[in-house]
Ligand binder design. Sequence first.
Ligand SMILES: N[C@@H](CCC[C@H](N)C(=O)O)C(=O)O
Length: 315
Amino acid sequence: MTSAATPATQPLSPIAFLKGHGTENDFVIVPDPGNELRLPASAVAALCDRRAGIGGDGLLHVVRSAAHPEARSMAGEAEWFMDYRNADGSIAEMCGNGVRVFARYLQRAGLVDAGDLVVATRGGVKRVHIGEAGKDGRAVKGGKGGEDCEEGHITVAMGRALLPEAGATVTVDGRSWSARNVNMGNPHAVVFVEDLDHAGDLHSAPPFTPPSVYPDGVNVEFAADRGARHLAVRVHERGSGETRSCGTGACAVAVAAARRDGADPAVTGAPVTYLVDLPGGRLAVTEHPDGEIEMTGPAVIVAEGRIDPAWLAAV
Ligand SMILES: N[C@@H](CCC[C@H](N)C(=O)O)C(=O)O
């Protein structure tokens, strides 16, 4: 995680924001096409504060790629850059639920239509497909907020997973498990447990992971089998704490489960799909023989409003 480069002054007029979520992983969305806002870590943390701010697991800063130093090189491919921040203000490479909500915002704002688009992220350019209401064959049935999602589900080509050989140990409240190390652009430690309650109270006892293996921190997923290619997951996110869902985490769990189950698509030549149930809803994750991972789920905008610029400048 690094710190953000931001302009020195804040505009004085009210700043537009929206609030949205994907399987209850919730975000403050701040449209800023020209990258004119000053959003240091303290401002992001204040906006994401659930009592003194708007509240969210993270913030989606919506910027034209050409206007952001970290995205300029992707501007020829992708017009929009998802400048993603965790709730504590730290920067992450990728956010799977965030990129669906980001696409939903672009659609709602009339900046893109349903169908295919590309979004620039710190983890590279991601291909996104916005399904049309009621007729998209990729809809995930049975998920909370799933089939009822008005505007259709959104599928993201998340890229390939890296599976470093070096494993790690995850410790919660004196109990330890060996974890599978999976990188989805951002780091994940996946632990298989028999019962998700074994992860305990992740708020008061967050997981400990060795800094020698994860010097920049890590997202930790606890996964339990629910049936054939069907998993239930709880997640403790780097920079945000326990959240109700994590898209990159669901992908990491699905890949780790496929390797555990001897279902590596690169070997079998057949795609493999896992349903991943998180406290906030269901995601479907498909790994293809070329290694590409597709994640499908809902994305909802719930509100929009204005931020007081004087308040933001003072936090
Ligand atoms: N909730 C996200 C992941 C957000 C970033 C993560 N906390 C990190 O620091 O890597 C998702 O849906 O993938």
